[in-house]
Design a binder for this molecule. Structure first.
Ligand SMILES: Nc1ncnc2c1ncn2[C@@H]1O[C@H](COP(=O)(O)OP(=O)(O)OP(=O)(O)O)[C@@H](O)[C@H]1O
Length: 426
């Protein structure tokens, strides 16, 4: 562009010069070509260049000030660029919407409830079973033989004992992405005690599990969205023998073994949404911050030694990531939840030979898991009636604590579009 090559003052001077001496400059090479040609030609070129610029460029009218004309010109250029940017943003939003739609269709095709099975490797203290289940990873089926009866289970995916955390997360990643894109997602790890639920959800420092990876991904996906603005909060609680405990509140200390006092309770909002009242929500800005909170919460979780696992989780641990998405210019705001849940292990009480407190914990875990199983089964079969309220009728005859436990598990399912269950076998 001409004006980028010549300073405005120079242009002014040239213009003025041309106005005054245009005729003579044009004629110079002709009349005294022997000594004027070398400098007059470039000057002529500049002159015609200036004239061209003046006709379609910023224009310099002697009646108007130079500054005003230039400003108008650049304002036009800027406006053009801004219009282009708006058009590009619209295009980007359309592409994003299409991508989201495709992802949702893909997940729908794969069913709203997906079941993966991960088999953990044998550990030094494990006893080899006489007859274990037969896993066929290619067809994602498990064949079992119980009391002479064959049973087949069809799953979405089977992970063999040598499967890495990476492999497991490659199936979970799309679900986490769909949470950022506007779906409610819940990922459960369900299985018998000692079968590797905490290993898969939490992992170790060297082999991070679903939780740290999902937290990383949430922030990564949010940073890739150049249009929306995200506000992400973190909450963590456990259900221990039917009581809800905020794992981000240190002062609450260890849960009283049989008390019914609990700072948290479940409430139904005006819109029908289910909320845990008074649950701490911490706004997080990075995965590191989230992991720090997770470690803090996990250190307060109820664990104990059992026959099946040295550090057995004696509660259901629930991590909630609330994702508020402000959709830029359209002014839309959405709120989605990503639940990552490490359920307490189902136990064969005879096998674990649990007694006293451990026995009571085991019973509470088994009963709540059984109710949760009914809900998931009803959702999976797309039954008209899903027994969310089972807990209420039970609570008439059973303890209050059981009711709390069930209603939380069940109401969670109510608000979730995608439920993923990791099933584990030892
Ligand atoms: N895929 C795996 N690879 C290697 N070690 C594993 C794997 N899965 C589980 N483990 C080990 O098995 C043991 C029991 O696992 P973990 O504590 O995760 O079980 P759990 O299902 O959470 O048990 P609980 O319900 O009693 O809490 C741990 O020592 C864990 O490190």
């Amino acid at each position: 562009m001409f004006l980028s090559h010549y300073e405005t003052t120079e242009v002014n001077q040239i213009h003025q010069f041309l106005l005054e001496h245009g005729e003579s400059v044009q004629s110079l090479p002709g009349s005294k070509s022997h000594d004027t040609f070398t400098w007059a030609e470039p000057l002529k070129a500049i002159g015609s260049d200036v004239s061209a610029q003046l006709s379609d460029g910023p224009g310099i009218n002697p009646n108007e000030t130079q500054g005003t004309k230039n400003r108008e010109y650049w304002q036009k250029v800027l406006q053009g660029l801004e219009d282009e940017l708006v058009a590009l943003k619209c295009h980007y939003e359309a592409v994003q919407a299409e991508r989201k739609d495709t992802l949702n269709k893909l997940l729908d095709l794969k069913e709203n409830i997906r079941i993966f099975c991960r088999m953990r490797p044998f550990l030094p203290n494990d006893r080899w079973p006489l007859l274990g289940p037969i896993l066929i990873p290619e067809t994602a089926t498990i064949h079992t033989l119980k009391c002479g009866q064959k049973r087949n289970f069809q799953l979405d995916k089977v992970f063999l004992p040598d499967s890495s955390q990476d492999e497991v997360f490659s199936e979970i990643g799309p679900l986490v992405r769909s949470a950022i894109e506007g779906q409610n997602v819940c990922i459960f790890a369900y299985g018998q005690t000692g079968s590797g639920k905490t290993f898969t959800m939490e992992g170790t420092k060297d082999h991070p599990g679903i939780v740290p990876r999902a937290l990383q991904q949430v922030f990564l996906e949010a940073s890739l969205d150049s249009v929306a603005v995200f506000s992400i909060t973190f909450s963590m609680l456990e259900i221990y023998r039917g009581q809800l405990r905020d794992l981000l509140v240190k002062s609450s200390g260890k849960m009283p073994q049989s008390g019914v006092n609990c700072t948290l309770s479940i409430q139904m909002g005006a819109s029908g949404s289910v909320e845990v009242e008074n649950l701490t929500q911490v706004r997080i800005e990075s995965p590191t911050e989230a992991l720090h909170l997770y470690e803090k919460g996990a250190s307060l979780r109820s664990t104990a030694w059992t026959n099946s696992n040295e550090t057995s989780s004696r509660s259901h641990c629930l991590l909630r990531i609330m994702i508020e998405k402000n959709h830029g210019q359209r002014g839309l705001k959405t709120m989605n939840k990503l639940w990552l849940i490490d359920l307490g292990g189902s136990e064969r009480l005879l096998k674990t030979k649990a007694q006293g407190q451990t026995l009571e914990e085991g019973k509470a875990i088994n009963m709540s898991l059984s109710a949760l199983g009914d809900v998931i089964s009803a959702l999976h079969r797309k039954k008209h009636h899903v027994p969310y309220r089972f807990s209420l009728s039970l609570s008439l005859s059973l303890s209050l604590s059981l009711s709390l436990s069930l209603s939380l598990s069940l109401s969670l399912s109510l608000s979730l579009l995608y439920i993923h269950i990791c099933m584990y076998m030892s």
